[in-house]
Every structure is written in C-alpha cells, then in structure tokens.
Design a protein around this ligand. Sequence first.
Ligand code: IMP
Ligand code: MG
Length: 167
Amino acid sequence: MRVLITTEQIHARLDEMARQIAPEYHGQPLTIVGVLTGSVMFLADLVRRLDMPLRIGLIQASSYRGAVSGELRIDASLLADVRGRHVLLLDDILDTGQTLARLVQHLHEQGALSVKVAVLLRKQGRQVHPVNVDFVGFEIPDAFVVGYGLDYNDEHRQLPYVAVLSS
Ligand code: IMP
Ligand code: MG
C-alpha cells in the first residue's frame, strides 16, 4: 500500500473546508447527511470543525453493478425529515457520480430547501453522471484508493490516511 494523502494533509484540508462551508449556512437550518459507510470518518472529523447549529443524518446507497447494471438502492430509513432544511451531503469519493446524482435527486424530492455536496476525494476523468459538487477535499488520479472510510471488500476503512491499494 502506498500512502497518497497523509493524516496531516487530511486534517489541514478539513480545517480549510470547514472555513469554506460554515459561512454558507450562517443562521440557517442545516442537516449534514453522510453516505454510509464510506463517509463516516469524513463526517466525524468535519462536523467537529463546524461551530454552528446543525443536525447529522445518515443515508445508505448500495449499487448492484453485477446484476443489473447501474441499479442503485437508497435506504433512507435512518434519515430524519429534511423538509424545510438545507442539506449538505457528504461522501468519501466522487467516482462516476451515479451515487451522488441519485441522492441529490432523492433529497430534493424529500423537500430539502437546498442540497449541496462535499466529497473528500474526486477521481479525475471518471465522472459520467452530472452532479454539481460544491466542496472537494482532494483531486486524485484514477487509482483505487482505501482508508479514511474507503474500503476494498469492506476492509481498510479504519486507516487514518488514504492509500493506493496495490495488488
Ligand atoms: P460512483 O457512484 O461511481 O460515483 O461511486 C461512488 C462510490 O464508489 C463511492 O461512494 C465508493 O463507495 C465507491 N468507490 C469509487 N471509487 C473508489 C475507490 O477508489 N476506493 C473505494 N471505493 C470507491
Ligand atoms: Mg461508498
């Protein structure tokens, strides 16, 4: 495994992202929604940098790319009502954009006042589903990465850094 982004780099970038995000929601009802499971580290570390009233929600999206190409199932059973609230959707990585595009649409359908998106990582040259991303932690090359929430086969999520998985 080769470390791509160190713990120190992640934390420094999260400081900057929090400073960018906070003024956007000054005095507004905000729910930060993390996409399970990959966003949990990002969510926990980002919200602790936001000194403002907010709620935390969780949503799950699973894709069955093997069986039916592109089918995505959304489980929002853990998410409290977002009607009348601004939503900031957090995910670990923007790859093709399919997951976030569907989730943004879902949250609008649920009556969110606005939906913005923050991702820790954006993979270059991979987006095919248009989705507007408002806050990006790091642009990364097209490689498979793990750590800091990102998994391979549900493992390696606990690593405190982002690494390229070598075979
Ligand atoms: P998208 O819907 O194609 O944008 O895929 C997004 C999801 O694919 C992310 O939430 C991740 O769970 C997963 N994913 C994409 N690239 C990687 C990677 O390099 N490492 C780990 N998971 C990834
Ligand atoms: Mg994921």
